[in-house]
Unconditional design. Structure first.
Length: 114
């Protein structure tokens, strides 16, 4: 792999890295806030931080592919989506996003034959 190919690979995965770093920042922020407030129930767990980082990368990838590359403040929007990934997915589960998507796009989704 040449240096040029490596730079192309890094540039194409920029959104994912913004999200991964954003997920790490969000977890460390929550950990620091819990320690400041004296919450001893919140302990640092590396697998939890890794899961938050993966969710951040996933959400940032989805947001990044939905935005054109010439949108103003695109990188900031992608980074913020990585930081708030856990909250976005929590909101999606609480509002029953599956039912809303099926209601909106139901006519395009093929129903299973039982």
């Amino acid at each position: 792999m040449t240096l040029q190919e490596l730079l192309i690979l890094l540039a194409s995965s920029k959104d994912i890295w913004f999200g991964v770093i954003g997920g790490m920042v969000a977890y460390l922020f929550d950990y620091n806030r819990a320690k400041r407030e004296g919450n001893e129930d919140f302990v640092f767990v590396l697998p939890s931080m890794v899961i938050n980082m993966i969710m951040g990368g996933f959400v940032a990838y989805l947001v990044g592919t939905g935005l054109d590359t010439d949108v103003a403040y695109r990188d900031i929007i992608v980074g913020i989506s990585g930081v708030t990934a856990y909250n976005i997915l929590l909101l999606a589960s609480e509002i029953d996003l599956e039912a809303i998507v099926y209601k909106v796009f139901g006519k395009y989704i093929k129903k299973k034959k039982d």
